[in-house]
Design a protein around this ligand. Structure first.
Ligand code: MG
Length: 341
């Protein structure tokens, strides 16, 4: 029997334009993959340079159809056979294969893996960069209830970055963490660790440039041992990227769209554990399909940042629910448990 994948481009409208150090976006164009009733999502961040057309061309290629073979339960073989291509597209296929397998077994994906959903950490909620102080205060007040807020920094001004954290502290009792999205140098990062010390940050994510491997190792020497954990995001795509950072980073942020899917994300978690590296599970701006797929892995990680679909005004799907208390509710339906909204 031959199997085929079909694609459905979706446009997600952000509730408010989302500004980070890489740029501002008001909409995102992602691609849903269908494998029979099973679903996957390719989440496309504009700063990675992959378009929906690239993803669709890959997924609908004869090479991908051939890679599926005739036994869709043999995920390891299929994923090994997939041709090189955009990691977001491979992630979408991987999600659909996992969704289908767990549906066939009649269990939620997390149960297929033997995971306990009560072990999932609370998720943070992300606040994009905001130049207007009144608007920033309003956004932080709107996020009231979330126990952990992730503030996007890397605005280009260290003073403005510190002010963002100070303002957040004035408006909320939530635990704060920051993501500079590669906006600082190692020396600036060391200064910021000092300046932000009064705010007892949960972690500092990707302070320095993506490919600054030496910078990560310098940082390890530049900052004191009691600094908040430093977590690599843009610097780590898959399990092969972890070894060069061992001993320099305290944690990694895993995203399915970067890793190429759930199988590689699982492998990254295990490799990181082997190095004593903490694990965060993040997401792009994506619908409930991609966020829910990631959420099924949440019981295995230390930090979760799975608010991607809460930032979206018109999610066509529903699945994992992120409560205002930061708790991740996994759907109980078979597979990913995602349905049309
Ligand atoms: Mg990040």
């Amino acid at each position: 029997m031959t199997h085929s994948l079909t694609t459905e481009p979706i446009t997600l409208t952000l509730k408010t334009p989302f500004k980070i150090a890489h740029g501002t976006s008001a909409t995102r164009h992602n691609v849903i993959v269908h494998l029979g009733a099973a679903l996957g999502e390719a989440a496309l961040a504009p700063y990675y340079g992959v378009t929906a057309a690239d993803v669709i061309a890959y997924i609908e290629s004869p090479q991908v159809a051939a890679a599926l073979g005739d036994d869709l339960m043999q995920r390891e073989d299929i994923l090994d056979r997939l041709p090189a291509g955009p990691s977001a597209a491979r992630a979408a296929i991987d999600m659909a294969l996992h969704d289908r397998a767990a549906r066939q077994m009649g269990v939620p994906l997390y149960r297929l893996w033997g995971l306990n959903p009560a072990r999932a950490p609370l998720s943070s909620f992300t606040i994009g960069m905001e130049e207007d102080e009144a608007v920033l205060r309003e956004k932080i007040r709107e996020a009231a209830g979330f126990p952990i807020l992730k503030l996007k920094l890397g605005s280009g001004s260290l003073d403005a970055d510190v002010a963002t954290v100070r303002i957040a502290r004035e408006e909320t009792d939530a635990r704060l963490c920051v993501d500079a999205n590669a906006g600082w140098t190692p020396q600036e990062t060391a200064k910021m660790v000092e300046r932000l010390a009064p705010y007892d940050l949960l972690f500092i994510e990707q302070p320095i440039a993506q490919d600054d491997l030496a910078g990560w190792h310098d940082l390890h020497r530049l900052i004191p041992g009691d600094a908040p954990p430093l977590i690599a995001d843009e610097s780590v795509h898959n399990s092969r990227d972890i070894f060069p950072l061992a001993g320099a980073v305290d944690g990694i942020n895993i995203k399915l769209a970067k890793a190429g899917g759930l199988r590689e994300a699982w492998r990254m978690i295990q490799v990181a554990r082997g190095f004593g590296i903490k694990v965060m599970l993040g997401c792009m701006v994506e619908s409930a399909v991609g966020v829910t797929a990631a959420a099924h892995l949440a019981p295995l990680v230390d930090y979760a940042d799975l608010d991607g679909n809460l930032l979206v005004a018109d999610d066509p799907f529903k699945g994992a629910r992120l409560g205002r208390d930061g708790r991740i509710g996994l759907p109980e339906g078979p597979g990913l448990g995602v349905t049309r909204a």
